[in-house]
Design a protein around this ligand. Structure first.
Ligand code: SIN
Ligand code: FE2
Length: 220
């Protein structure tokens, strides 16, 4: 895989977090969620008491190194029969926990800050990375309406986000993501390939030896 360093040319918007454009409709809002970090981590813990983190299996039979859970009307799943959204958590046989108000407000505010004014997420996939975990290049394409953006929030340990093009083989940029960073991508960038490099060892004051990422989507 080819990669190149991201040019560090962010500029400060008065009264807001710094922004880095990663495409015509893709933006990294640095530290956008940082002040809400403690409450967000608490809310993840509460959701995980209802629907615990688990390692799912890909359709090809590989156990994912990332552990995941969901909140929202529907949750994203993978098993031997494919990738999909479902209203029922297969581990508990019950509905997924609701998207906490704090999460929903953040998602809508970040989408707005990125120029997407009518974002109504019905799904929130929560990923948990321990050192060594990675996410291979993929597109988010199990959703019905590609006019709605993806809003992706990073908490805890830093990671290298791999930001690719429309084809899997396209060159990827390495984008360092740290605690509180929010990425939003939509429009012509909605189907860009992306992934996460192996998480490095570390300890974060709020999350210990983990990175959490949650992505809001409009699935149905
Ligand atoms: C994802 O693509 O679902 C997760 C991205 C991330 O962990 O930053
Ligand atoms: Fe994704």
């Amino acid at each position: 895989m080819h990669s190149e360093a991201l040019p560090l040319t962010s500029h400060e918007i008065p009264g807001s977090a710094s922004r880095v454009a990663l495409g015509p409709r893709a933006v990294l809002l640095r530290a956008f969620a940082r002040d809400r970090g403690p409450e967000l981590v608490t809310a993840i813990g509460a959701a995980a008491e209802i629907s615990p983190f688990r390692h799912m299996v890909t359709p090809g039979g590989w156990r994912m190194s990332v552990a995941l859970t969901n909140c929202g009307y529907v949750g994203w799943l993978t098993d031997r029969s494919g990738y999909r959204y479902d209203t029922i958590d297969p581990m508990t046989g019950r509905a997924w926990p609701a998207i906490p108000r704090l999460f929903a407000d953040l998602a809508v505010e970040a989408a707005e800050a990125a120029g997407f004014s009518a974002f109504h997420p019905d799904a929130c996939l929560v990923n948990r990375y321990a050192p060594g975990a990675r996410l291979s290049l993929h597109q988010d394409r199990n959703e019905r309406d590609f006019d709605q953006p993806i809003v992706s929030v990073s908490l805890g340990l830093p990671a290298i986000f791999l930001w690719g093009g429309m084809k899997r083989a396209d060159k990827t940029q390495r984008v360092p993501l740290t605690h509180g960073d929010v990425m939003v991508w939509g429009g012509p960038d909605r189907l860009r390939f992306h992934g996460v490099h192996h998480l490095a060892d570390g300890k974060h004051p709020l999350t210990g030896a983990y990175r959490f990422n949650f992505t809001f989507r409009r699935a149905l």
